[in-house]
Design a binder for this molecule. Structure first.
Ligand code: EPZ
Length: 436
């Protein structure tokens, strides 16, 4: 039988948890470690499915990976890489294989990368990655379900991304770190997780400068060396639990929640009536007496409101008094989860139009990328199936809020990105059990 979570709802979250390293930073840094022979060490590594998948990918091409899970320490010895081919079996599991293009080119002068996967939240093309690599001088072809990259040594160039893509910025930054000459990536992503990647690369010997106006300048150096790095804390995990605390009228101290990287989220949370206080080493979120209010907001690239904060926020807004509007501008198909919430009692309507803000790239795409949420609505338990990672967490929060029992299947999605999620909910007083 597939694994399920069973939650007895009508609860509030109370207590204290600790956030661990960010999923969307650690997996990229695991890949970056391959740029240098020797043993790199990452600290503050979360216990999540995406780390496991990435470990398997790295092992399959000859890395020796040792993970001390309790301590959160991951050692990656990339001294003896055995192949430039990422096996087909890793196609479709997550977005990591394409990020190996630059590191394998550096180590072998060629790379073979199977087709991509990840959460089903839009087509998620790779054109920015491929175009960027071509600009750096790589020869790329597509055959038998895989991209084939070739380049003796990449040559620095000026690249302007059509949209500030997180993955394309990371990929090209890693590739440029050891290229011949200087690379300029314009209209680049500048998320804190990307800055964290730049810090790790700098520790490995790279020369990377962040300029104004979304520009990264990377002066290629011939070789990098193994290094040690502490992974930035997960601001999505922190925000997810913050919203859970407030929506359920609970009180949770989130150790490791970093105000600097949550500035935008905290502003919107406050506008929605959520209360918090910063303490040393964390933020306390409480909603016992909060009067939750509707908001109109759009998601965007950093420093905007992260698209990955959207789903938990929607749960909060189902409990606010009035009509809220959310305009999703990063992914065209990120409201697929709303139908299930409506089945649980929410009142969420989706629209093709760009509601409540400026027009975005999805204006005439026919995709339902705006939502109106009418609150407050009591929720009731149901039997539900998770469609993607962030939606999965929002279902968990909905289940905690809902009257009655909720059975959630597809929980491997949640475990891909949330560290010890069952233990953390249990520690906060939620009766959640796992059926295997
Ligand atoms: C990263 O995905 C994250 N994943 C996502 O987290 C996150 O939602 C996203 O960045 C935005 O912050 C990881 O870090 C593993 P993008 P990524 O390239 O890099 C379009 C989660 O739940 N695009 O910034 O794949 C794309 O379709 C997830 O943790 C192209 O058109 O995202 C999207 O509309 C899900 N062509 C937009 O850019 C390309 O070549 C942003 O995507 C690349 C992207």
């Amino acid at each position: 039988m597939a694994k399920k979570f069973i939650i007895e709802g009508g609860r509030y979250l109370k207590g204290e948890i600790r956030i661990r390293g960010a999923k969307n930073a650690v997996t990229k840094q695991m890949v970056a470690a391959l740029l240098a022979p020797g043993k790199s060490v990452l600290n503050n590594v979360p216990e999540i499915g995406d780390v496991e998948i990435t470990k398997q990918i790295l092992s399959s091409i000859g890395c020796v990976v040792t993970h001390r899970k309790e301590a959160g320490i991951l050692e990656i010895d990339a001294s003896n890489l055995s192949t430039h081919i990422v096996p087909q079996e890793y196609s479709g599991l997550n977005r990591i294989p394409i990020l190996l293009a630059g590191v394998l080119l550096h180590r072998f002068g060629k790379a073979e990368i199977p087709m991509m996967g990840g959460c089903d939240i839009g087509p998620r093309p790779l054109d920015f990655h491929l175009e960027g690599f071509r600009t750096l001088g790589a020869d790329i072809s597509y055959e038998n379900g895989a991209y084939h990259f070739k380049a003796k040594r990449l040559a620095g160039a000026r690249i302007t991304l059509p949209f500030p893509s997180v993955g394309a910025t990371e990929n090209l930054m890693m590739a440029a770190a050891t290229a011949q000459g200087t690379t300029e990536i314009r209209n680049a992503a500048i998320e804190p997780e990307i800055v964290d990647l730049a810090l790790f690369l700098q520790s490995m010997g790279a020369i990377i400068t962040q300029e104004t106006d979304r520009t990264w300048i990377i002066q290629g150096v011939g070789e990098l060396h193994a290094a040690q790095h502490r992974v930035i804390n997960d601001r999505i995990e922190a925000a997810s639990f913050a919203v859970s605390a407030i929506a359920t009228r609970g009180d949770v101290l989130i150790r490791g929640a970093d105000q600097l990287h949550m500035l935008t989220f905290l502003n919107w949370l406050r506008k929605a009536g959520g209360e918090f206080e910063t303490v040393e080493d964390g933020i306390r979120f409480y909603g016992v007496h909060s009067k939750l209010k509707p908001i109109a907001v759009e998601t965007g690239v950093h420093p905007g409101l992260m698209t990955d904060w959207q789903q938990p926020l929607v749960i909060l807004l189902t409990q606010a008094d009035g009509m809220s509007v959310i305009h999703e501008t990063v992914y065209e198909n990120r409201f697929g989860y709303a139908e299930t919430l409506n089945r649980m009692g929410a009142r969420i309507q989706l629209y093709n139009e760009c509601l409540g803000g400026r027009d975005c790239r999805f204006r005439n795409s026919g995709h339902k990328h705006s939502a109106i949420i009418q609150g407050p609505t009591p929720l009731k338990g149901a039997s539900i199936e998770i469609p993607d990672l962030r939606a999965g967490f929002s279902y968990l929060v909905a289940a905690v809020l809902a009257k009655g029992r909720t059975e959630i299947s597809g929980v491997n999605y949640i475990e891909r990105g949330y560290d010890r999620v069952v233990e953390k909910f249990q520690a906060l007083g939620v009766p959640i059990s796992v059926v295997e």
